[in-house]
Design a protein around this ligand. Structure first.
Ligand code: F3S
Length: 755
């Protein structure tokens, strides 16, 4: 048993009391989302109603999950917290660092050769601190979580945006940055703005070629990539209950593509079946005792308009297969209308590759339904025109699918390739032959994201998202505009044949099976385990404590860069090739702000070094100030730090000696990340003061020694000609956050408190 039954038991034990308290303060029937949120308040029973979209609330998540690319920095930070064990059950999953090229065995070996240092680090740090580790090849984080850890009514955070997948099993599961995961693993609260609620009523029943994927492709078309922002999407209705649990996971998974905080479904029979099939009958027994609390109140679902901020209704009986794309997941087109639209937009119709997998669609049901299409085509003498690539979601799914003959079915297509149970092409880990030529082409896949360059690095690859069964059908036809409901194919004898509708199994009729699931349980007592990080490693670096504030005003600080316009976390800490250094703060700091536009001259990664007068790269200039013992300051525009929640964007400036980031406005998560790393994240009291900042300015804080909640700070700007101006700066630090600043970082403070 890899899941923590005691923890689940405790969560359910407190449900009745917590829900009763929530009913009292909210004073009306409750949605499922509200029940889960109010049942997980950090302070216990609710004493006040929180305003949706406004109130910031402290929660106590039940679990943490991390994937290998983000876990490195999260765990390096956790090691700084002075804890001997994580405070909540946590897991790390090696799934992002495995490239798809030839096939599972060779690719996995290649990844082990290239990244064993990172895998060994993750394995040892997990072992030491009580974290479950899923080894390379064990599967994709969200499939593994659904199969082993997700439980109805639970709350989880994960360092990956598709953590939301666990909503398929009735959780509120949210993707966060590593810093949030570290807080929760260290025993602190997790803060979230009380989400708004979008209700999606599903009537009717899926049939024929239509799959759960088409529900979310349709929803994405309605809500667009921003429509779910700050909201939980709650699905309900007879259509929801008639759908498999993994199908629900697919829908929740792609909630990330509409910007939703998360998505969820009420506890039902499909979840019972899935929990039982995945060896968790004990969880079913516990959940059944509080079943009424694990779904929304009947009145809420009867009159959703009264209780949700927005309601959408979809009749599944009328829903048809969709293809979404290219370049954005919300460009939804019913398959029947695709040909006309593709021709009008000059999208390439022929495809060379069709891919099934990713955390979105790699379940047993998905593989069985796709295999039924392949089997049908083979029996009718049709050969595939495109290469079909498959990444099973987990070793358990792969092993069972192989036992039940589906893998052999795929292999009946000579060109099929079975890749590792890992993310692979979904995260650009795909060595696609010829991609470097950057030719205009189309691919179809069952993944979630289809941004330019994401799968193969070629900006001219038009990627379309569809259900696994549609991907299989398109692979066979070799054309995107193939509509299996109406179109025929020519077989080897020159006859016109039609593909049968997909059939499959929600769950394996003979049960799941696996030889080695790839799980490493942590040591009972990890105190003797040494986490091995080589001093000369270029990929991993143990963190050193950031120094505490010396209690004095910061003076003589030089302007490092005044960023103009959009400055997202990608501009501050680029991804792509820099992914390699996610576990090495000093090396990854060489990408600090290299994408930011310098307000003086408009160049990127070029600023004046005030010590020499010469122009230099941003990271090198920051290092020069740091080496000279001179603090530096970054100035930014509106919504500075929007985008991902990666903490590297705050840790890098901290590491390179930047003391304060002063902007017109912040993206909230980045602002919090700066605070956590012991930085000053400040805003101009008067936005127009941004214009007062000159390229060769020096700054003195006048009253930092009186740093207090709600009190403005005063900054003296000394221009190169000796003239001075004084401006006011706002901040949002509370008492606790000021303590973080004083201690040097939130982790330093935790460590101090532990001593
Ligand atoms: Fe992996 Fe792609 Fe999901 S990168 S976690 S399979 S979105």
């Amino acid at each position: 048993m890899v899941f923590d039954l005691d923890m689940i038991k405790k969560v359910y034990e407190r449900y009745p009391e917590r829900i009763a308290a929530a009913r009292k303060v909210v004073g009306k029937p409750l949605t499922l989302s509200e029940k889960i949120l109010y049942a997980h308040l950090w302070d216990g029973n609710a004493t006040t109603e929180y305003e949706r979209g406004k109130s910031y609330v402290d929660f106590a998540p039940d679990r943490v999950a991390m994937q290998d690319a983000t876990a490195q920095m999260a765990l390096l930070q956790f090691m700084q917290a002075g804890k001997t064990k994580v405070a909540v059950p946590s897991t790390a999953h090696a799934d992002h660092l495995i490239q798809a090229k030839i096939g599972a065995d060779k690719d996995l070996q290649d990844a082990l050769n290239k990244s064993s240092e990172v895998f060994n680090f993750l394995s040892s740090v997990c072992n030491k601190y009580g974290i479950g580790f899923w080894k390379p090849g064990a599967g994709i984080i969200h499939q593994v979580v659904l199969e082993n850890y997700a439980f109805p009514g639970g709350m989880m955070i994960g360092t990956d945006s598709h953590t939301v997948n666990a909503g398929g099993l009735g959780m509120v599961a949210v993707g966060v940055g590593g810093a949030d995961a570290v807080d929760v693993m260290a025993g602190m609260a997790w803060e979230l703005k009380m989400p708004k609620l979008i209700g999606v009523k599903l009537t009717g029943k899926l049939n024929g070629w239509t799959a759960p994927k088409d529900v979310i492709l349709k929803v994405a078309g309605i809500l667009t990539v921003k429509g779910g922002t700050g909201a939980i999407v709650e699905y309900f209705g007879e259509g929801a209950e008639a759908m498999s649990c993994t199908g629900k996971g697919t829908i929740c998974n792609m909630g990330a593509e509409i910007g939703a905080t998360t998505s969820t479904f009420g506890y039902d029979d499909s979840m019972r079946r899935y929990l039982n099939a995945t060896g968790r009958a004990e969880v079913v027994a516990l959940a059944d005792q509080v079943a009424e609390h694990l779904t929304g109140d009947a009145e809420v679902y009867a009159n959703p308009e009264k209780y949700f901020d927005q309601v959408i209704e979809i009749n599944l009986s009328e829903l048809t297969p969709h293809l979404n794309g290219p370049f954005t997941p919300d460009l939804a087109t019913p398959v029947a209308e695709f040909r006309e639209k593709a021709i009008a937009n000059d999208w390439p119709l022929d495809i060379e590759w069709a891919l099934i997998g990713s955390c979105t669609n790699s379940s047993y049901e998905d593989l069985s339904r796709a295999a039924s299409i392949v089997e049908d085509a083979v029996s009718k003498g049709v050969k595939p025109k495109a290469i079909l690539g498959i990444n099973p979601g987990s070793e358990q799914v792969r092993y069972t699918a192989e036992r039940d003959g589906f893998i052999d079915t795929f292999k009946k297509f000579e060109s099929a390739r079975i890749f590792t149970n890992a993310c692979g092409p979904c995260i650009g880990q795909w060595d696609r032959e010829g991609a470097e030529k950057q030719e205009k082409n189309s691919i179809v896949h069952s993944f979630n994201r289809n941004f330019a360059k994401r799968a193969d690095g070629n900006p001219n690859t038009h990627a379309f998202v569809a259900s696994p069964e549609m991907v299989a059908a398109i692979a066979i036809a070799g054309r995107l505009d193939f509509n299996p409901i109406t179109d025929t194919l020519t077989n080897q004898n020159g006859e016109q044949v039609k593909l049968n509708e997909p059939t499959g199994f929600e769950l394996p009729p003979k049960g799941f099976d696996v030889d080695d699931n790839g799980y490493q349980a942590p040591a009972e007592d990890g105190s003797g385990i040494v986490v091995d990080v080589k001093p000369d490693s270029e990929r991993l670096q143990l963190l050193e404590e950031f120094p505490a504030w010396d209690g004095k005003n910061i003076t003589g600080a030089k302007l490092l860069i005044k960023a103009f316009g959009k400055c997202t976390t990608d501009h501050i800490s680029m991804a792509g090739p820099w992914l390699r250094y996610r576990g090495h703060l000093d090396n990854i700091s060489n990408n600090m702000l290299i994408g930011a536009v310098n307000a003086f001259g408009g160049a990127t990664n070029e600023v004046v070094n005030q010590l020499t007068g010469a122009k230099g790269e941003v990271p090198a200039t920051a290092r020069a100030y740091k080496a000279a013992g001179i603090p530096s300051i970054v100035v930014g525009d509106q919504n500075y730090g929007e985008g991902s929640s990666r903490e590297h964007a705050a840790m890098e400036p901290r590491h390179l000696g930047v003391k304060a980031v002063i902007v017109k406005s912040f993206a909230r998560i980045h602002e919090t990340n700066l605070k956590k790393q012991g930085m000053l994240g400040l805003t101009f009291a008067n936005e127009a003061d941004y214009d007062k900042i000159k390229e060769d300015d020096t700054f003195n804080f006048i009253d930092l020694v009186d740093f207090a909640p709600g009190k403005q700070l005063t900054l003296e700007i000394v221009h190169a000609d000796g003239s001075k101006e004084t401006i006011k700066l706002n901040h949002t630090y509370n008492h606790q956050q000021i303590e973080w600043f004083k201690a040097g970082s939130a982790l330093n403070l935790i460590k101090l408190q532990n001593q």
